[in-house]
Design a protein around this ligand. Structure first.
Ligand code: T3D
Length: 256
């Protein structure tokens, strides 16, 4: 079996990091496969949501610290592999859901933060980890962490690198929801199915609008949202949503 498992079912592409013996520590091979999956496989029309998760007892322990043992590493070159994944997630106009159980550490946490939504099992454990080995956060954590939790908390998490339990991560806004361990699989499947049956094209436009707002003025946001609404307002799903409202029934979205 490969280091990245893929399963496509009912519009849900599940990508599973598969090195459970090292809590799915990330290798170059794994990152390249992930980059390819987000750039080449996830954009296919039959995919309507992507779930990123880990095999075995955790989500991801970050960069495999044994991969470059004894070598002098070019970080600039090495981090390009992370960049492709993080940019791939951001560019994908579909929801990307991180399903986190067990540990999410270092660049594993960075990847989870780069996703659009995070569901955590009650046994999840979060740590930035980088400073514990004398590194600064990377793989996009410097972008996402302060945006999610604010500067002071991001600084504290990056510098002191505490181990946070799932409920603490929820209180900080690092994850969207925490689910009991025994209900985790079911809740991930339920949420993924809900997203896969949604107005996919519109979800993509929502992602674009929200991401654009991070670096824009109010005037630019108002301008851009009007532009995107021109597109959303012409989708089949908008028509269907309004029709379903008139007919007092649930909408049947086709994702276009
Ligand atoms: O250098 C660069 O490439 C630059 C890029 C850096 C990006 C980063 O991600 S830096 C941060 C790297 N990650 C870490 O520092 C986290 C290291 N791991 C841990 O702190 C803990 O393992 C966990 C909190 C994730 C889980 O703890 P626990 O007690 O549940 O498991 P464990 O016993 O520590 O680990 C189980 C096995 O996984 C163990 O292997 P063994 O002894 O059974 O053969 C352990 O060595 C291995 N493992 C865990 N994390 C990594 C790893 N192997 C390689 N790389 C890892 N990151």
């Amino acid at each position: 079996m490969g280091v990245l498992l893929r399963e496509l079912k009912d519009g849900v592409l599940t990508l599973t990091l598969n090195r459970p013996e090292a809590i799915n520590a990330l290798t170059t091979e794994m990152l390249r496969e992930l980059g390819r999956a987000f750039a080449k496989e996830a954009p296919a029309p039959e995919v309507r949501v992507v779930v990123l998760r880990g095999a075995g007892r955790g989500f991801c322990s970050g960069q495999d610290l044994r991969e470059f043992e004894g070598q002098s590493l070019s970080y600039k070159g090495h981090l390009r592999n992370y960049r492709s994944v993080v940019e791939g997630i951001a560019a994908l106009e579909k929801p990307v859901l991180a399903a986190i159980h067990g540990a999410a550490a270092g660049a594993g946490l960075s990847l989870a933060l780069a996703c659009d939504l995070r569901v955590a099992a009650a046994d999840a454990l979060f740590t930035t980890g980088f400073s514990k080995i004398g590194l600064i956060p990377d793989a996009g954590m410097n972008y996402y962490l302060p945006r999610l939790v604010g500067y002071a908390r991001a600084y504290e998490l990056a510098v002191l690198s505490p181990r946070l339990k799932a409920e603490e991560a929820l209180a900080l806004g690092l994850v969207n929801r925490v689910v009991p361990v025994e209900a985790f699989e079911q809740e991930v499947a339920r949420l993924a199915a809900e997203l896969a049956q949604g107005p996919t094209k519109t979800y993509g436009l929502i992602k674009r609008a929200l991401r654009h707002s991070a670096g824009a003025t109010l005037e630019e946001v108002l301008e851009y949202e009007a532009l995107l609404q021109e597109v959303a307002g012409r989708t089949q799903d908008h028509k269907e949503g309004v029709q379903a409202f008139y007919e007092k029934r649930p909408a049947r979205f086709q994702g276009r």
